[in-house]
Design a protein around this ligand. Sequence first.
Ligand code: S3P
Length: 435
Amino acid sequence: MNKYRAIEGGGSLQGVVEVPGDKSISHRALILGSIAEGVTTISGFLNSEDPISTANCLRNLGVKIQNIIEGETFEVIGRGLEGYEEPKEILDCGNSGTTMRLIMGLLAGQKDKNFILNGDNSLIERPMGRVCKPLRMMGGKLFGREGGNKAPISISGTNLKGCVIGTPVASAQVKSAILLAGLTATGPTSVIEPASSRDHTERMLNAFGADIKIRGELGRNVVINPGRSLKGQKILIPGDISSASFWMIAASIIPNSNITIKNVGLNPTRVGILKVMDMMGCNYKIDGKSTIAGEMIGNIHVKTANELKPFTIRGDILPKLIDEIPILSVAACFCEGISHINDASELRVKETDRLKVMARQLKKFGATIEEKHDGLVINGNSKFIGADVDSETDHRVAMSLAIAALLAKGSSKIFRYEASNVSYPRFWNDLESLL
Ligand code: S3P
């Protein structure tokens, strides 16, 4: 472990940046394209390790995916709802929870075909029972280590029946797996979540022509009726707000900063970070709002804030900023007072235990941060001193630590910085261009 990125504290962020395509939407575009009839064209695709894992799994299922404009626009030739080939190889989901969980739902109803899914050292320790269980309620035959809770996962495709399923956690990956399985079930499938998670699957299923209904308070109940075939679409993927959030927080804190991030996805189920930036008193504005392929986008302008107030996060907002907790924990270190992050135990089952890892790494810069069972308590007003820190292989930790290093006095080294390739391969180039 001797590869690192050196970062010098100081400077200011200036200029315009366009972050890469949304990761969640990129996975879903490939997946729905693969089960549609006809061709799906995806522009603004996130060509990073996680969506590439999905593309490779689909290729192993016989799906043709071609890169028609270098690294950016892809074409998927659909095979229809039940047209996958039985793969000769194990489907390798790499580091990607979205790939494994969504593909479990997709394959459970592929009758008389067998599949094995596996992943890297992080993914094989993440909970899969949350997907196996509801799919088994639908009649799915799924097996895995620890009673189906951990990969490798094997699936014997079979007839599924529609069900009403209440999920114990608000997880878009779990909800999406159930909805995908519902496409080939007999009868309607209804998912009820404890809080609403990101709704890209619902929006895209609707655009592809599926019979899907959103019901209940805040869209927490989604019903899918099988029977309709999906039609290939032209999809333009917005910039990922989770990638933009590193720049939004950095520019809010670093003195004399003034940046614009263009074409960022502003789906209401993803903009929890903007609410926290409001609580902090950040200086930002959004213009150029429009809707493309059912998803809202806009340009976000951020300038350094005068003074940052501490914040408290709890309850239903968590799913709307679940991937932004690492960078928000950096932000909290520079607020005037004590910030609280509560109800965040889901962070413990992400690519790493992000509560533990962020607390451990930020302390190396001098942060005052206390880890609780379901969150963090962070005393702001820290004066960060440059340090040697480690992403512990987690992409969002790597990028959050890079921003923390910019806020430190002196130089820092980020070890295992290349974890950022999972979601934002251009991150280090964009950082240089903004400095
Ligand atoms: C994702 C959902 C979230 C998120 C992940 C991507 C998705 O996970 O953390 O990065 O694309 O559905 P959960 O649904 O498990 O909360």
